[in-house]
Design a protein. Sequence first.
Length: 300
Amino acid sequence: MSSTQPGQQRLPAPRRAATTSGASRVGEYLRARRDVTQPEDVGLPREANRRVSGLRREEVAALAGISAEYYLRLEQGRDHQPSEQVIVCLGRALGLDEHALTHLRRLARPAVRAARPTRPAADDPAVQRLLARRNDVPAFVVDDRMDVVAGTALAAALSPSMRSGANRLLRMFTVVDRTTYPEWHRRAAEMVAVFRMRADLEDPRTQEIVGRLSIRDPEFAAMWARHDVHVYTSGTCFEHVEPFGVLEFEWEGLVIPGREGLTLNTLYAPAGSRGAAVLAYMVEAPPRSIDPATPAVGVA
């Protein structure tokens, strides 16, 4: 079972969308995945009078080859450091893909994260060099909170969501992106899954973003409660570009070596598309003036 194929009919009622202490993260994750995993997903029959939303604890324990008592301790956070063998067996029992299994390992054995650099990413010579090589295309750098920390002039001119200070996840849950994106619910759920995979749940900024969206947006709260995780390195995105309307682009993401949490995202448009024509026009024409005092959509 892919961990990033949420169906609205399976969304559980969110228990608690805010982050929790490290000792209970393994249990919280197991409970969330058990809630959304259906019997048929893991080869079990569905009884006609079945009342639980997902799998029973006893079923997960049996599929994983561990005792029900031990599994209960894991869910309750009383044993939050399972062995590698147990992690693999739990992944098989819950149908976790490779990214979800990596996430479970990270929860069970949290690593000490390196201190964040004090110098702003926009002033980092490595980041400046990467952007300078892409000054004729929309390109921007995001950190692991999906905050835009630097970008090319063309990216900033194309959309407020690519200007320094914008947050891509907050933007996704605005009216603008809800009306811009086809299949918005699926794409928003994918972005939430990427955010959880990248996020440091102990980071105050991460907690601020999750808390704000959880309070104001029930759909985000339900998506966050699923604990989906995924990694994307390319795909399609849609931007509302004034005065041209909604344009579709292809994008590629590059993790910047030696710069923990920073990813360079570059947008392209297929030859002959409206997006390509707009980009060609914007490269030839003087960039639209951007008032630095104007806040970007989704800015904290």
